[in-house]
Design a protein around this ligand. Structure first.
Ligand code: SAM
Length: 383
């Protein structure tokens, strides 16, 4: 595909997303209908679409209209590309710009430049204070890819060498050497034996840093285990036995295979069937995902105030439920991949007010300025 044809494809896909289709579904639909597109084309179109979603407001402002065409025109103006070089009107290319399109568009206002929904900006500022603008701006860029070295199976140097041999270059984090940032060859990872054999797992730096702060021994319950990213990390770190639970058992379907590949043992529990008390209980609750909007930027525009209110109520219920499984003297870890106070500090403070038998022992706010994705950890102890 020519660069113009890729832009034309991105315009169509973005229009479907703006009509309400999920980004991944819209990309899959286009790929199925476009067998002529090779893997390089698909990756390039995906990048155009996701870059536009990360910068939806500012690019629509520059392009003069919130539409696929407006967003791609906004991209040209932002990146200093002559629009006529892509909007050529040739076969497979977007039609040439009209006079109205030439005239339309303005430089973003300060709020538009944050690329956040209007209703959320006050909450964002309240949560992040002086970091509000730099964190919002960081969310407009692509996220780096991080790997967690599985300490059960290998060490960071051996893992990095095995990856490099198969074309994936990495750099260790200076304070957490088991976290490797992919510096080149990310798209080759899926074919690497080190990845396929469980020597490394894809996991962002921020949750890795949060897990490294949890107790590395004793019984552990991951109450909202989902795909099991945290449970696998904690089991590899030395916690055990590790029990995993999720209200939706289907979310844990792949966990036995992942655990076997990683060389760790997890005890699966059916929904609502957890019994006993644990040294550590992890509540990695459902959240807005506001810390991960670089990776799933369409979620940034789909979130509503009502959904956020409902999520906060659910988080509060789960935290109270999970607390019931903490042994005397044991620890309760509350985590979200959000940066919003209503899902983080306010949630934990509300819980502590109602549950004086727990005390807060550690709180960490991770962001692209200090780590990678926005992420929150509060560690509490049952007295
Ligand atoms: C943020 S995800 C967990 C991600 C997972 N810990 C990981 O590291 O991959 C939240 C999970 O909470 C589960 N969940 C939602 N409501 C729940 C509840 N009432 N009790 C337990 N799990 C719940 C969801 O099904 C979802 O899998």
């Amino acid at each position: 595909m020519t660069p113009s044809a890729r832009v034309a494809a991105a315009i169509i896909i973005l229009d479907h997303i703006l009509e309400g289709q999920a980004a991944e579904a819209a990309l899959i639909r286009w790929a199925r209908a476009s067998r002529f597109a090779g893997s390089g084309d698909r990756a390039a179109v995906r990048d155009l679409v996701f870059d536009a979603l990360r910068r939806l407001r500012s690019r629509a402002a520059l392009g003069g209209v919130l539409s696929g065409r407006g967003l791609l025109l906004g991209m040209c103006r932002e990146e200093g590309i002559e629009p006529a070089s892509l909007f050529t009107g040739d076969r497979y290319a977007p039609s040439a710009l009209s006079d109205a399109e030439h005239q339309a568009g303005h430089t973003s206002t300060p709020d538009e430049a944050l690329d956040l929904p209007d209703w959320l900006i006050p909450l964002w500022r309240q949560a992040l204070g002086p970091d509000a603008t730099p964190v919002a701006l960081a969310m407009r860029d692509r996220a780096p890819a991080w790997l967690r070295v599985n300490q059960r199976r290998t060490d960071p140097d051996t893992a990095a060498a095995a990856l490099a041999e198969q074309g994936v270059a990495t750099a260790p984090h200076p304070e957490l050497p088991t976290a490797l940032r992919i510096t080149d060859g990310a798209r080759r990872l899926a074919t690497c034996s080190a990845y396929r054999e469980g020597l490394v797992e894809l996991q962002d730096l921020s949750p890795q840093m949060a897990c490294a702060l949890l107790p590395a021994r004793g019984s552990l319950l991951d109450f909202c285990a989902g795909g099991g990213g945290k449970a696998l990390a904690l089991a590899a770190q030395g916690a055990g036995p590790v029990t995993v639970h999720d209200i939706d058992a289907g979310r844990m379907t792949d966990l036995p295979t992942r655990a076997e590949r990683a060389g760790v043992h997890l005890r699966l529990t059916a929904p609502g069937k957890v019994t006993g008390r644990f040294d550590t209980v992890l509540a990695d609750v459902p959240c807005s995902g506001s810390g991960t909007w670089r990776r799933s930027p369409d979620a940034k525009w789909r979130l509503t105030r009502d959904e956020l209110t409902q999520l906060a109520a659910l988080q509060s219920r789960i935290l109270t439920q999970a607390a019931g499984f903490v042994a005397d003297g044991g620890q309760l870890a509350y985590m979200t991949c959000s940066v919003l106070s209503c899902e983080n500090d306010e949630q934990v403070q509300g819980f502590l007010n109602e549950n004086p038998q727990f005390e807060r022992i550690l709180v960490r706010h991770f962001s692209p300025l200090s780590a990678s994705d926005g992420f929150y950890l509060a560690l509490m102890r049952r007295r």
